[in-house]
Design a protein around this ligand. Structure first.
Ligand code: AMP
Length: 355
């Protein structure tokens, strides 16, 4: 069903992804209503309405669904039961089934492997004894990750040798987890793709991503060498994932480029930090195409708007460099309006288009 401009889009989550989605929605003439546990934030400042509520408050989420025409996410860890209630009252894109897969690292890896993708070697881990067995089977080094609620390297512990198991198990709080073999990757990249309500599928050029301390530091496009050689296979897997989930909206899949081909790391059922460069660097940004997809509009072109693009995140105190960045007339500065520059916090980003 098409939601014509003028309709109200509900977004769960009030951070910078919601802010940039709301700005793209406004450009197309939509109203945005944010739902988030915080009283205010990057997204509420640019949206027509907001509701403060918890993600597990089924009642409040149902009322929110009644107030909007379509619901989407910038935050995917909404519990299943309130999500089900929400989906009974308003169209929800991407579908709750897609969130269920992406919320659980174990389900996600099993799903991707079933579709023919290659995740890192993995084992489900629910006890310290199971962890020790998993390390014996997979070998060290390895990474223990909680099945749920992990992002930006949180909920993870490295295991350099079998003797580290007890410390790693304690570090993640003994939560249900997955042990992953350490992937000897050369580079990291992501596929950003969008699937329309009619099944149309488009992918942007893949960015090469550089992480520092588990947090994205920079994305560059076009990616060369090994990534360029593996991009098509990775995009094909993203298409299989999107088709299988009858996915509507933007989907991000992160990969390691290895000697043996692309290794799937994880997916995000939403717009993604490694796609921020698309605002200036592509004909249609990830934010606009997400809004187009969930509203049943035709997708815009994902082709590059410049031959070379670089996006750098401004993490924590780096945001204080804004005067220097603005002194460069070619820099596209994006600030998220966050008051406090805590370490590790994403405060903004800068994009440069190269010729
Ligand atoms: P994640 O939160 O799972 O995306 O992990 C954050 C970052 O940690 C990744 O972008 C990689 O740089 C690194 N990492 C995660 N899992 C692995 C792995 N199995 N092998 C090697 N590096 C990893």
């Amino acid at each position: 069903m098409t939601m014509p401009p003028g309709a109200t889009i509900g977004i769960l989550g009030g951070g910078q992804l919601g802010r940039m989605l709301a700005m793209a929605a406004a450009q197309l003439g939509y109203r945005v209503h944010i739902y988030s546990p915080e009283g205010s934030g990057p997204a509420t400042e640019v949206s027509a309405e907001w509701t403060q509520g918890r993600y597990d408050d089924g009642e409040a989420l149902a009322a929110f669904a009644d107030a909007v025409d379509v619901v989407t996410f910038e935050f995917e860890n909404v519990p299943a039961e309130p999500l089900r209630r929400l989906a009974e009252r308003a169209p929800v894109h991407p579908r709750p089934a897609a969130l269920a897969v992406a919320q659980d690292r174990l389900a996600e890896k099993e799903f991707v492997a079933r579709l023919g993708g290659t995740p890192a070697p993995f084992r489900a881990v629910d006890t310290l004894a199971a962890l020790e067995q998993a390390v014996a089977a997979i070998g060290a080094p390895a990474i223990l990750k909680t099945r749920r609620f992990g992002y930006d390297g949180k909920g993870q512990a490295r295991i350099a040798a079998a003797g580290d198991c007890a410390a790693a198990w304690a570090a993640i709080g003994g939560a249900p987890a997955v042990l992953e073999g350490f992937v000897p990757f050369e580079r990291e990249f992501s596929v950003l793709a969008v699937r329309g309500a009619d099944g149309a599928f488009e992918a942007w050029d893949v960015p090469e991503n550089r992480h520092v301390d588990g947090i994205l530091a920079a994305s560059t496009v076009p990616a060369g060498g090994r990534i360029a050689a593996q991009a098509d296979a990775a995009a094909t897997l993203a298409r299989w994932i999107a088709d299988e989930l009858d996915y509507v909206g933007v989907l991000a899949c992160e990969f390691f480029a290895t000697d043996a081909g692309p290794v799937f790391n994880e997916m995000a059922p939403r717009v993604h930090n490694s796609g921020h460069w698309t605002i200036e660097g592509a004909v249609t940004s990830q934010f606009e195409n997400h809004i187009r997809a969930i509203c049943g509009l035709p997708l815009g072109a994902t082709t590059l708007a410049a031959p070379a693009i670089e996006m750098r995140n401004l993490i924590g105190e780096q945001v204080n460099d804004w005067p220097t960045i603005l002194a460069d007339p070619a820099a596209h500065l994006h600030l998220y309006g966050k008051r406090e520059a805590r370490p590790g916090r994403k405060m903004g980003h800068v994009t440069w288009l190269g010729l």
